[in-house]
Design a protein around this ligand. Structure first.
Ligand code: ZN
Ligand code: ZN
Length: 598
């Protein structure tokens, strides 16, 4: 499977990801680039914007403009998949906006033909198995996808958070529908915004409730599609005893969620109290009704609302419950209309729709990936810096891809060699690859800084390595192995090792031990050294009739060993191997610079 990030490796809006397998292309999201952020411009992608589309499809994670906003530009024959209610909410939104923006007419037409899926129900496209799951976000029914092809499991998070009303179920949902995966393509919006998530959605609702009790007339500006916030405000108003007013469009959006014969309709959060239905604002004479009990009014920045709000008797309290960049003149996303309606005197009450970095770590522990690719972030390096102590982070540029295949079918592997103190070798596979160039690309683009890291090995193998390159923890090439000519008399016999005689190293013993021990280098393997060890080994003496007979078993890989003197003698779990002696043999390429490991 190839995972290619067409856009979004270094920006928040407009991420486009492609999963490719056997000539089939599964794209995820096709939205707008954010105003004020870096912009890479229109995309030209074979199999998506042009070319043969017969094996292509597009998945939409959720209805935010930066994920869906550009679908009208895509060829009509491209199938688009979206969650049922997400699609319906976007249709209500586009239906309202189509008169002012023709793009929405086109989006509407595309969505009428969209194929909808249900979260938790797996579906297929070509060789891909796709499991959509619900994640909590400021868009309703936002989805993450587990995408499986070629026995490789990827998890595409989309936008998500863990501090919303419904976030508590995420670990359970991951366990039930996703399990562990190989790679995670993860959003990293809040990597440099630690304050954005300081309040949880339930806490924000409680704060609003307190404000609504305290203040009679409450005017809240928020995104009309932030359904969870809306229902949070509705319940806050209900508890505070303030009538809850919305306009007809906003009521339609809420009704999409409540009226369904669907799991959402059963949730207390998305249910209206019979005695407390949201009131649809009749601009003409409602200000008199407001007079008595006050109100919570979900307002939109337009003159109709402005005039109504002016007519409400008494003082009105205004709240901004969306990203404050919209009303900061220095921001490119500055919205003059909103700033005007809101005025100078308002309270900012908001929490992010994106995950905080502390929770992200717990989330990775559930998925246990081989590597994580950050997207939807303006600082992938900071993301890598944060998590590379525990997880390999693969940093790509727009247009770059990794090509991975299942370990079982791989011809080449990248291993990450770590030590679990005191001596246990902890070898992780970063990936299996068809070609060594793919393996080297992945290694070069992956940042990993575990304090237990020893180094890396890129090995092409059948039974024994055919070609191998070994790197230290800083990815500096230490040694190369090329199969052939390592026998006595061969031109690679006693090939130089990167460490001098007597030098202290960390020696990695695989088979028989799986340990990393400090050792000093004795020197290249010689026939005499092999004879010496044979003569001292009772087991070998029993098994082979003569030393010559024993030597027949020695292959090229065995002959490329060096003798070392282990500074700690480790006992093998296999009885016949026993405890390390004064002299041990270890593959020449598995020696690493010495350092203390704690
Ligand atoms: Zn979003
Ligand atoms: Zn987004």
């Amino acid at each position: 499977m190839k995972i290619k990030i067409h856009r979004g490796t270094h920006q928040i809006g407009g991420c486009v990801t492609e999963y490719e397998s056997n000539g089939w292309h599964l794209f995820v999201d096709y939205g707008e680039e954010l105003q004020g952020g870096p912009r890479s411009g229109a995309l030209k992608v074979e199999g998506l914007t042009h070319g043969d589309l017969s094996k292509s499809a597009l998945l939409i994670t959720h209805y935010h403009g930066d994920h869906i906003g550009c679908i009208a530009e895509l060829p009509e024959e491209l199938p688009i998949y979206m969650s049922e209610i997400g699609c319906e909410l976007q249709s209500v939104l586009s239906n309202r906006l189509k008169t002012v923006d023709n793009t929405h007419q086109k989006i509407l037409e595309r969505l009428q033909k969209a194929k909808t899926f249900k979260p938790g129900v797996e579906f297929s496209f070509g060789p891909f198995k796709i499991m959509p799951i619900i994640v909590d976000h400021s868009a309703f029914e936002a989805c993450a996808f587990k995408i499986v092809a070629d026995d490789v499991k990827a998890f595409h998070t989309g936008d998500f958070r863990t501090h919303g009303f419904r976030s508590g179920t995420l670990p359970k949902v991951i366990k039930k529908f996703v399990g562990e995966v190989d790679y995670v393509v993860c959003e990293g919006t809040n990597v440099r915004r630690p304050d954005a998530t300081s309040v949880s959605e339930p806490e924000l609702q409680r704060q609003f409730e307190a404000k609504f009790r305290e203040n009679k007339n409450n005017i809240v500006y928020l995104s009309s599609s932030n359904i969870d916030r809306l229902f949070g405000l509705y319940h806050a108003a209900r508890k505070a005893g303030r009538p809850f007013y919305v306009d007809a469009y906003q009521k339609r959006m809420m009704d999409v969620v409540t009226k369904r014969d669907h799991i959402w309709g059963k949730s207390r959060l998305y249910r209206y109290d019979d005695k407390f239905e949201p009131l649809v604002l009749q601009y003409e004479d409602d200000e008199d009704k407001v007079e008595e009990k006050g109100c919570v009014l979900i307002a939109r920045a337009n003159p109709l609302f402005d005039k109504f709000i002016e007519r409400i008797p008494g003082e009105s309290h205004k709240y901004l419950s969306m990203w404050k960049g919209y009303v900061e003149e220095s921001c490119e996303a500055y919205n003059l209309r909103l700033a005007k309606s809101l005025g100078k005197d308002f309270e900012y009450m908001h929490t992010s729709g994106h995950c905080d970095m502390g929770s992200m770590r717990e989330f990775f522990n559930l998925l246990h990936p081989k590597a994580i690719i950050p997207i939807h972030t303006d600082n992938p390096e900071a993301f890598a810096e944060l998590f590379c102590d525990e997880w390999p982070i693969t940093l790509l540029n727009d247009g770059e891809s990794i090509s991975v295949i299942s370990d079982d079918h791989a011809k080449c592997h990248v291993s990450i060699l770590c030590v679990t103190p005191p001596y246990a070798l902890d070898e992780k596979i970063l990936g299996g690859f068809k070609y060594c160039e793919d393996a080297n690309f992945m290694l070069a683009h992956t940042k990993y800084c575990s304090p237990l890291l020893i180094g890396y090995a890129v090995e092409e193998e059948s039974v024994w390595p055919v070609h191998a390159e070994v790197f230290d923890a800083e990815k500096k090439l230490l040694a190369t192995y090329e199969s052939g000519e390592h026998h006595p008399g061969g031109k690679r016999f006693q090939e130089p090792c990167p460490f001098a005689k007597g030098e202290k190293v960390l020696a990695v013993f695989h088979a028989g031990y799986d340990v990393v021990v400090p050792a000093t280098v004795i020197g290249p393997l010689s026939v005499d050294l092999v004879r010496e060890s044979y003569e001292q080994d009772e087991y070998l003496n029993d098994v082979y009739s003569s030393f010559e007979d024993y030597l027949k078993e020695w292959n090229d890989w065995d002959w490329d060993e060096v003798a070392v003197h282990p500074l700690e003698k480790v006992t093998s779990p296999f009885e016949v191997i026993g405890t390390m002696g004064e002299t041990e043999f270890v593959p020449r390429i598995y020696l690493f610079p010495y350092r203390e490991v704690k």
